[in-house]
Design a protein around this ligand. Structure first.
Ligand SMILES: [Cu+2]
Length: 443
């Protein structure tokens, strides 16, 4: 419920005697602020559904990586985990945080819940701000779609705006700033909409679907996101697109100069199967290839749509895309395994990243340098086919076939524009028919 209705009775005396008037008024209900690490609306979804209202408050500010709160990080790994320490890949740069985090708070709800987010724009540069809820259809709430100057004016500096919408459709989604290049500077997070297990087609494929098993990947530069765009527009295209690290939930190892900042660790227990919800939040159009050492996996959903399970060794995730996979914790030769992230095709934006899959009760940590080279063979899952013809020119042409569920297809040729990742690429949708495998990309 948005507002709580209250009844106030007012009495007054005039020359005509005693009067009374009952006034119905609306009392503003407190917006419940979540703890960044937990979420009251995360639960085993009820069947039949019992929707809740889930309130959040996002406060967005400019901050800095490896700043004073990090104390002795990375020499002291405990310091790297301190509140307000943004370690990323160990490089120093400005970053947008949401409630002191990047990625920001994770919204995890059940299908049909009402999500309400009060966004406080405290960005010190005076910039406007909007939040797009990527994957949410916004039926009847188009005003909440967060597209600046289309569905709303940007939230002015030092003011707040409340988004309210229904969590629909189910699936692995995400949120991000849609204003300027703020997304590439850290303004993004997970938005997971679950359904009751009884209604899931692939429910027998996994044992656990944990809130800490959301995996957000972003291509992270050592400079502000605006810099390469401006360099490109001024025809000063750099020979190397600056240091790019693929961060997993905000952490990674620097591609050029490895640092000792901590990596993100996903814990599993031997004998169980875990659903992992993967989001490519890439800013620089990087496709990400993911491989897990000694752990083939099963793809069970893309962009919220359940698939017939596909067993593979590796997958490619295009920008904005989400894939749900299942890992079986059955490899016990070691206590921890590398999760490898590379870009594909690699020439486009040379970057890599690492995260750790750790078995519970395992004590020995994996050293970063032991994750240097991912295995190259094996079966690959991708919702698109990529041409091998990657030519470097000064024009970026992106052609994409959009296929909506139900088989209707449409082509869209986006206008040419210049970027620092200058290349010509042809993307061909692998199929325009069939129940699954297509998705709508609203980048
Ligand atoms: Cu988006």
């Amino acid at each position: 419920m948005d507002m709580v209705k209250g009844l106030i009775t007012v009495f007054w005396i005039s020359n005509y005697g005693l009067h009374s008037l009952a006034l119905e008024c609306q009392l503003k209900q407190e917006i419940k602020v979540i703890n960044n690490k937990s979420n009251d609306c995360f639960r085993e979804c009820e069947f039949p559904a019992r929707p809740r209202e889930c309130g959040y408050e996002f406060t967005m500010v400019w901050s800095s990586t490896m700043a004073a709160p990090c104390l002795e990080c990375p020499e002291s790994l405990v310091d790297c985990e301190a509140p307000q320490c943004i370690s990323t890949d160990g490089s120093f740069r400005a970053v947008i945080t949401t409630n002191d985090l990047t990625p920001g708070p994770s919204i995890q709800v059940c299908h049909g819940d009402i999500i309400r987010v009060k966004v406080n724009n405290y960005l010190q540069d005076g910039a406007g701000l909007t939040i797009h809820w990527h994957g949410i259809h916004q039926i009847d709430t188009i005003w909440a779609d967060g597209v600046p100057m289309i569905t709303q004016c940007p939230i002015p500096s030092a003011t707040s705006f409340v988004y309210k919408f229904v969590a629909d459709p189910p699936g692995t989604h995400w949120w991000h700033s849609h204003n300027g290049v703020q997304r590439g500077d850290g303004a993004y997070g997970a938005l997971i909409v679950r359904v009751p297990r009884q209604t899931e087609i692939n429910r027998k494929e996994y044992d656990f679907d944990l809130q800490e098993h959301s995996i957000l990947i972003i291509d992270w530069m050592s400079i502000l996101s605006l810099d390469p765009l401006m360099l490109a527009s001024e025809n000063a295209v750099p020979s190397h697109p600056h240091t790019l690290t693929l961060l997993t939930n905000g952490k990674g190892d620097n591609t050029d100069t490895p640092s000792d900042t901590p990596l993100t660790v996903f814990e599993v227990q031997e004998g169980f199967r875990y659903r992992m919800r993967l989001v490519n939040s890439a800013f620089g159009e990087c496709n990400v290839q993911l491989t897990i050492e000694s752990h083939p996996f099963t793809i069970i959903a893309t962009d919220g749509y359940e698939l017939s399970p596909v067993n593979v060794d590796s997958l490619i995730l295009t920008p904005g895309e989400r894939i749900d996979l299942v890992i079986e914790a059955s490899s016990t030769l070691k206590s921890a395994y590398c999760i490898y992230l590379t870009t594909s095709p690699h020439e486009m934006c040379p970057a890599s990243g690492t995260a750790i899959l750790k078995y519970k009760h395992a004590h020995d940590a994996v050293k970063i340098n032991s994750c240097a080279s991912p295995p190259v063979n094996g079966s690959l899952f991708s919702t698109r086919e990529f041409s091998n013809d990657v030519n470097y020119t000064d024009t970026f042409t992106f052609r994409e076939t959009y296929a909506y569920r139900g088989g209707a297809c449409c082509d869209r040729q986006l206008q040419n524009f210049r970027t620092s990742y200058a290349f010509t690429r042809t993307v061909v949708q692998s199929s325009c028919s069939g129940e699954n495998g297509q998705h709508v990309n609203d980048r």
